[in-house]
Design a protein around this ligand. Sequence first.
Ligand SMILES: Cc1cc2nc3c(=O)[nH]c(=O)nc-3n(C[C@H](O)[C@H](O)[C@H](O)COP(=O)(O)OP(=O)(O)OC[C@H]3O[C@@H](n4cnc5c(N)ncnc54)[C@H](O)[C@@H]3O)c2cc1C
Length: 304
Amino acid sequence: MTVRTAQVPAYRTFAVEVARVRRLSPSFVRITFTGSDLDEFASAGLDQRIKVLFPLPARGLRDCPTGADWYAEWRALPEGHRNPMRTYTVRAARPLEREVDVDFVLHGATGPASTWAGRAAPGDEAVLVGPNARFAEPTGGVEWRPPADARQLLLAGDETAVPAVCAIAESLPAGTAARVVLEVPTDDDVLDVEVAPDVRLTWLPRRCGATVRPRGVLLTAAVCAAADELGGAAAAAGADDLDPDALLWDVPAGAAPGADCYAWLAGEAGVVAALRRHLLREAGFDRRSVAFMGYWRLGRADAG
Ligand SMILES: Cc1cc2nc3c(=O)[nH]c(=O)nc-3n(C[C@H](O)[C@H](O)[C@H](O)COP(=O)(O)OP(=O)(O)OC[C@H]3O[C@@H](n4cnc5c(N)ncnc54)[C@H](O)[C@@H]3O)c2cc1C
């Protein structure tokens, strides 16, 4: 039952523990969380984002605030008591079974999230900050909002965007013309995804046999090729009023008039910024037809 009061937050904390761990491939692990109140977790699917708070090695989750003011309390904690927080995508939510799946990229023991996910076992505790079913309005956190009249869709991302892109691609109905390109670390990271026949999904492994390509090279080439093909369907370029290099996140609110092509890009910030630049400057896309999201930044830990 939804409750219409100003006190009900759109997002709330959920104390969870690991129910199952499934290694999907060398670089992906699916962690299924369970929690007594996950029946109130309200994922909209698609690229629904959440926060995950991880235990500290010495203190676990004992200082982790879980009440309505959790964020202010979390920020006020001394550095060594503040649980690391990172952003992830809901790969699947089953509120009736009180379960949420998150697919973690294992990029080594270089950050708290990847380190935790690489060692996670049933019973391990964490805290999710996710959409609240008791909130009466849309909770937000979903950036996949193509205009209803978009005839051509382009979705592109690296391994961190795989959960979001797969969920979006799976949701596209038959007859949707979509090009989907995903760059992943190795050819063993190509996952099974069922998409409608007109959704053209291409996996781009950086390491294939003995050949290893630098990050972003394959994705850039594939997006440029797809965009040049689709560019004729985009609105006339028009000057971009924003400096693409200064931006890490831009999800247009309104559709570009006359554009029937829409692009959604996510992944390493430098790579997706370059992709966006190509779409706007070379391929004739209107800024309002390109959503781009820097999911992480090479060489920089997420500040939470
Ligand atoms: C909206 C959104 C949704 C996201 N969804 C997912 C998701 O579903 N699954 C997922 O795995 N990630 C996802 N991410 C990305 C994830 O939040 C970052 O990769 C995050 O930095 C991981 O935290 P960490 O503690 O492992 O590393 P950090 O402590 O943040 O960083 C430590 C070091 O690792 C590097 N690093 C971070 N991520 C990677 C990576 N993937 N590959 C190589 N080096 C890396 C950093 O540059 C830094 O040098 C999402 C991000 C956003 C904004």
